[in-house]
Write a protein that binds this ligand. Structure first.
Ligand code: ADP
Ligand code: MG
Length: 242
């Protein structure tokens, strides 16, 4: 096998809030261009891992590497990472164009380039022609598509997705699962997707990290995890149906 340099790596990363050890000595390595999923029950530490990657939180100990460089002290705005959250977090008073243009404008790109970028990103999420729509006119699924376009307009190398589909109904969730997979392959960037839904993780991922209680219980392909759960926790969790 050819060794690829990881785009992201955690080495013995730990974090506590007060007395509570939220992450305990986490090791992980992510290769570029893959779809990774952090799967685990509520409170297992999934969002905390994303916040350490984005720089919203800082580790108590251990090292976080981005393309081989330690980034523990690199501020959030200097990381090539963007996050999509469950609850859209769009700017409600800006139209679709201005939401997606937000990042490119901060970077002071020329107006023509911004317009091209926004159109390209809206086409990618199948909202071409929605530039002038108000956020409040859009359905939940459409708002989440705008949130994805807005995050991608920043040209992240890693896109973090924190339960982005959990608020959507079954049909929309299925559609957006496929869309996200297609977008990830098309852009060939690294996705780190968080869910508590086993079925969703198994359907979407190249590689799954199963978490519980601040620890990675098992990591592997969906087939590995489904066919050979390493312990009772993983077996029970994967076997649960929603
Ligand atoms: P998940 O995303 O898997 O549901 P989180 O990473 O959000 O889990 O949280 C992991 C644990 O850390 C939970 O027990 C949660 O209550 C705790 N936690 C998260 N953020 C804070 C905080 N700011 N202060 C104290 N405890 C927190
Ligand atoms: Mg969470």
């Amino acid at each position: 096998m050819v060794e690829t340099q990881p785009i992201l790596e955690f080495s013995q990363v730990a974090l506590s809030f007060g007395e509570t050890e939220v992450l305990k000595q986490i090791d992980l390595a992510l290769e570029p261009g893959k779809f990774y999923t952090l799967l685990g029950p509520s409170g297992s530490g999934k969002s905390t891992i994303l916040k350490l990657i984005s720089g919203q939180l800082h580790a108590d100990s251990g090292q976080i590497f981005f393309e081989g460089q330690v980034i523990n002290d690199v501020p959030a705005e200097k990381r090539r990472v963007n996050t999509v959250f469950q609850n859209y977090s769009l700017f409600p008073n800006m139209n679709v164009f201005d939401n997606v243009a937000f990042g490119p404008r901060l970077k002071k790109l020329p107006a023509g380039e911004i317009e091209t970028k926004v159109k390209e990103m809206l086409a990618l999420v199948k909202l071409a022609g929605y530039e002038n729509r108000e956020i409040s006119e859009l359905s939940g699924g459409q708002q989440q598509r705008v949130a994805i376009a807005r995050a991608l307009a920043n040209d992240p190398e890693v896109l973090l997705l924190d339960e982005p589909l959990s608020a959507l109904d079954y049909k929309l969730r299925k559609d957006l699962q496929q869309e996200l997979r297609r977008i990830q392959k098309r852009l060939d960037i690294t996705f780190v997707f968080v869910t508590h839904d086993q079925e969703e993780a198994l359907a979407m991922s190249d590689w799954i990290f199963v978490m519980n209680d601040g620890l990675i219980q098992q990591n592997g392909t969906p087939e590995d995890i489904y066919d050979e759960p390493i312990n009772h926790f993983v077996a029970d969790f994967i076997g649960e149906t929603n």
